[in-house]
Every structure is written in C-alpha cells, then in structure tokens.
Design a protein around this ligand. Sequence first.
Ligand code: ADP
Ligand code: TRP
Length: 329
Amino acid sequence: MKTVVSGIRPTGQLHLGNYFGALKNFVKMQHDARCYFFIADYHSLTTHPDPEHLHGNVQNALAEYLAAGLDPEVATIYVQSDLPQTAELSLLLSMHAYIGELERTASFKEKVRKHPENVNAGLLCYPVLMASDILIHRADFVPVGKDQEQHLEMTRKFARRFNTIYGVDYFPESMPYNFGQELTKVPGLDGSGKMGKSEGNGIYLADTDEVIRKKVMKAVTDQGPTEPNQPMAEPIANIFTIMKIVSPEDTYRFFLDKYNACEIRYGDMKKQLAEDIIKVVTPIRDRIAEIKSRQGYLHEVVTAGAERARLSADETMRAVREIMGIKPF
Ligand code: ADP
Ligand code: TRP
C-alpha cells in the first residue's frame, strides 16, 4: 500500500474551493492509501500568528476537516507539533540544505518581497521542514496544488542528496499526486477565475444560509444572451461551473437550456444555486458545530493520531540517526 502525506495550514476557514478542489479527494483517497494528514502549526509560526489565536485556529481546521469527512479511524490525523520527530529530522536535513537554494525558492522570494520586515530563518527553512513532514513517513505521494510543486521538487532533491551522501537507498522520491482528471477548480462568483481566501470571494463551509444566499445573489452577471447558443462570458460560465459541481444534473441542464434559448433569468438561477449550495454545506456545518461541542473529542483524535504517526516517525528517526552516525552507547 502506498503512503500519502499532506499538511494543512491552520489559516482561516474552508471554502467550497478547498472542499471540492482538495478535501473531497482526500476523503476518497484515505481508503486507498496509508494516509497521514496533519495540521501544519509549526509552519504557520513563520508568519508569527498571535499565540492567543493559534490553538483556536488549529482546533478549527481540525474540526472542519473531520466534519468534511476525514476519518480518524481510517487516516492518521495529527498536529505537526505533536510529532517533534519532524523538527529533529528538519535539523538533520538542514545540514545538507544550502543557503543559496533555499534563497532561490519562489515562496521565500515572495515572502521577502511582501514582508521585508520579517525575513526569518524559519521562513528560509520552510522547504526543509516540509521535506521532513513528508520524509518522516517516507511518503510515496503528496497531494498538493501547483503552488507547492517546487517544495516537492526540493523534497526529492534533499532525499536524493541524503541517499547519495550516505550511500543508502533510504528515502523515496515523493511524487506530487494531482488526482488526474478529477481535479476540480472552483471559480469565484465575482467574475474571477478562482475562489480563494486571499481573493476574498469565498463561500465558506461555516457560512449561514443567509450569508450564502447574499453571496450568491451578488454574483456578477451580464445582460443575458441575445442569440441562441451564444458563448458565455466568464462570470456566467463561472456560475454554471459551480452549479455543475453542487446541483443535480437536471437542474444544471435546465438552466443551460434556458441560456441557450435566450430565456435565462439569472435571478432564478442564483436562487436555485444558493439553495443547492446550502444543501451541500448544511450537513458539514452541522457536523463542525457538533464536533466543536463535544469536549474531548478533538483531544482523543489528535492523541490517537500522534501515537500512530509516532510509530512511523520513530522508525525513520532510528534509521536516519544510525545512517548519519549518531549511535546509542
Ligand atoms: P486559498 O487559495 O483559499 O488560500 P489554499 O491555498 O489554502 O486556499 O488551498 C488549500 C487547498 O485547496 C489546495 O490544495 C488548493 O489547491 C485547494 N484549493 C483552494 N482554492 C481552490 C479552488 N478555488 N478550486 C480548487 N481547489 C482549490
Ligand atoms: N506548504 C503547504 C501549504 O502551504 C503545507 C504543508 C506543510 C504541506 N507541510 C506539508 C503539504 C507536507 C504537503 C506535505 O499548503
């Protein structure tokens, strides 16, 4: 069975893009591979979150992922800082990570440009820590978006370098896993190509019905088609794309036929879309609330998760120490 690792930054709430673009695939994947999913709280420290909020953010991310279908009985779900072996591996791997290559990382350069006042060593070593998350379980696959591919390339470089320097064949070459055809991109309703946190156009799994209706009714539209089968402008195509994802096939067809016949009423379509989004979101939102109300449940999940993660991490650390020459007396 293949091993899969993925880290989740505990920043903000999940939106439909995260759910349909990533999480739903994780939920399916957990049954087909040995999966480790963790909340990357060490990584989030690079941007100095308020200590008052960090734990709440971790709890929130965890509750949302569990509510969306990650099953702690099936996958190993843990908090990164509950597995300090990751930090030890990161220290050891950093001995063979060169300042030049770290400085050339695109994500680092972007941080330097955006936040010149906070160029800390943790940020520089972000790719080493991420490689450690992955290599601590000797992962075969890492399901990540395009923006993370360079980090994954560096992970493979560090793994190969370790194997070469010490003349071993210990670390695998962890490959990106992009779910082939199934990768769904969720557009924004503001006419833009992507729904995203930073785009400020998210419809969140925790949004109330009223908020969802308001957001959907504000979706950008146009005057409507003036001749049959007219190509769609991007904002309209986006509404149809989201409808295709959340609504029953015949609802989607109904509005597409109306569009092609120049009889579309965007108001009706948006009302229908809002109700269909609410249908998808309601059970997840209810589970988020339920999980948060069950004192102790999250504690149980992460305790059991860390224990399981430790089995594989301890095995890796024993081998790595031995390979590098750190031996017990
Ligand atoms: P955001 O862009 O809102 O900051 P993240 O970068 O934290 O979201 O993304 C977390 C995961 O969700 C990634 O795997 C990413 O590919 C996926 N994702 C985010 N937005 C979308 C979207 N609009 N459509 C599809 N997948 C998305
Ligand atoms: N860097 C990833 C992100 O920004 C999060 C992450 C940290 C991660 N460690 C990982 C993802 C290990 C996959 C595997 O989304």
